[in-house]
Design a protein around this ligand. Structure first.
Ligand SMILES: [Zn+2]
Ligand SMILES: [Zn+2]
Length: 234
């Protein structure tokens, strides 16, 4: 749900001179401008799943970089529908061959070939659409991922949206930072998490009503609540 003063999903990650954004929700282009990002600064965009709050800013980012006369190639990793997305760009009069920069669209499963530091953790966030997709025969693949980054012994995980935490379980032991969806998983699952990991846990993407209530009951809770433009160094 759009909320005044709060942006949709976008996590900027910088490691070893690489600059990537994880998800690209509405307002992404404005956010990049607000941070004075140079037009060549961004290397790649990774979309975790095709919900609009994670993807809808990408068209304007592609257009903005063209108007800024970017020259460096931009990699975009999509969880599904790469060909459909390319066709949609022409619908917006953003013809890939005419952009000022090479736009490379890849399936997210190719990520290791470009960024070996990144691993994908698939989850069932979109599985609830199964019947609708079957009835309408739309061909959606319901692909949704969390993103794990391992760089020089530091391990950070962006859960993106997920219905339950089970897909994260095998990675909790070695984690330094977890940027966790505070909206979809059950409050009970989230509240018990700090006992199972030493990672700093940032709750983002809003909080469920139940989680908000549980956190207000104890002011000394161990979670960090995500803030707009928050920066974390590891
Ligand atoms: Zn979302
Ligand atoms: Zn979602």
């Amino acid at each position: 749900m759009p909320t005044p003063g709060k942006s949709n999903a976008l996590i900027w990650i910088n490691f070893q001179d690489k600059n990537l954004i994880l998800d690209c929700g509405e307002g992404a282009s404005l956010k990049l401008l607000q941070h004075n990002m140079d037009d060549d600064y961004l290397d790649a965009v990774i979309i975790t799943h095709n919900h609009a709050d994670h993807l809808s800013g990408l068209i304007m980012v592609i257009q903005m970089l063209h108007i800024q006369k970017r020259k460096k190639q931009l990699l975009v990793f999509l969880p599904e529908g790469e060909i459909f997305f390319l066709e949609m760009l022409s619908f917006f009069y953003l013809f890939p061959a005419k952009l000022s920069y090479p736009l490379i669209i890849r399936n997210i499963c190719d990520i290791k070939n470009y960024y070996p530091e990144i691993s994908l953790l698939e989850n069932n966030h979109l599985a609830g659409y199964c019947d609708l997709i079957r009835e309408a025969a739309t061909g959606n693949k319901m692909k949704a991922y969390s993103i794990l980054l391992n760089v020089q012994g530091v391990s950070a995980l962006y859960s993106s949206d997920l219905n339950e935490l089970i897909s994260l379980e095998p990675y909790l032991d070695d984690l330094d930072l977890l940027i966790l969806d505070g909206l979809h998983p059950s409050a009970a699952e989230i509240i018990s998490l700090p006992q199972r990991t030493r990672a700093a846990i940032i709750l983002n993407h809003g909080l469920s009503t139940e989680l908000k209530k549980r956190l207000m009951e104890r002011e000394d809770h161990p979670f960090i609540l995500a803030d707009e433009t928050q920066e974390i160094e590891l």
